[in-house]
Design a protein around this ligand. Structure first.
Ligand SMILES: *[C@@H]1O[C@H](CO)[C@@H](O)[C@H](O)[C@H]1NC(C)=O
Ligand SMILES: *[C@@H]1O[C@H](CO)[C@@H](O)[C@H](O)[C@H]1NC(C)=O
Length: 209
């Protein structure tokens, strides 16, 4: 709850729910939700930054502008539930430049889906999605404790000098820790084309001359 409160209090709302084995994520703002599918990061939301093209177009169509990455030169986020106090941001019909409409993504979870990370912007300033998944996965393999994993993610973000709010929620889908993966052997292309062989032969011949 504290985490959700922080998400709310820092401009963003992220809701997620699970129906059977479907995961539904609704996001308005620059929180991000990432699923770990057998070690691979799958993004379940898009950061609503004012400078991203789709948001910029929406903002300009609703009478706002983006200056230096900031909505109306003030706000570093393009959608939010709150911020009604800011002049010129919201309209009663919900069509102001600062939209409260969430984008919704759905995923049918499989046995390969291991856990979900929800973090606010301070987290993603210093972690790429895949990097956060790798980091969390290693920690969960050690202790399989999502609460400890959240703390470790936040500590690491502080160590990486994140300057923004840091709230993280980790949800494990299985009771067992993520398994150790045996990496597939990299397949190296060892053959050389007939053309290449001829060229090489020519080069060697020229050295012999
Ligand atoms: C955290 O978020 C609040 C609310 O959005 C904001 O006022 C505050 O400046 C943020 N803190 C940092 C360190 O960015
Ligand atoms: C999830 O599964 C249901 C039922 O099999 C299917 O109708 C739906 O399209 C799937 N959703 C996604 C996002 O793949």
């Amino acid at each position: 709850l504290e985490n959700l409160y922080f998400c709310l209090s820092s401009f963003f709302l992220k809701h997620f729910c699970m129906i059977d084995r479907s995961l539904l994520v609704a996001n308005a703002g620059d929180c991000r939700a990432v699923v770990c599918c057998r070690g691979k990061a799958v993004e379940m939301s898009r950061d609503h930054k004012p400078s991203c093209n789709r948001e910029k177009m929406r903002i300009e169509a609703s009478g706002g502008y983006v200056y230096d990455g900031y909505l109306n030169g003030l706000l570093n986020v393009a959608r939010a539930i709150g911020d009604w106090h800011m002049e010129g941001m919201k309209a009663c019909d919900g069509l102001g430049p600062l939209s409260a409409e969430p984008e919704v993504m759905m995923r049918n979870l499989t046995e390969e889906d291991e856990f979900l990370i929800i973090g606010c912007d301070g987290m993603w300033d210093v972690f790429r999605s895949q990097n956060a998944v790798d980091f969390a996965r290693r920690r969960l393999q050690e202790h399989n404790d999502p609460v400890a994993c959240c703390k470790e993610l936040v500590d690491e973000a502080i160590k990486r000098k994140s300057g923004d709010n840091l709230s993280v929620v980790v949800v494990c889908f299985n009771s067992i820790a993520p398994p150790v993966l045996t990496a597939p052997r990299p397949r190296v292309q060892r053959s050389i084309s007939a053309e290449g062989l001829k060229e090489l032969q020519g080069f060697l011949d020229s050295l012999a001359d």
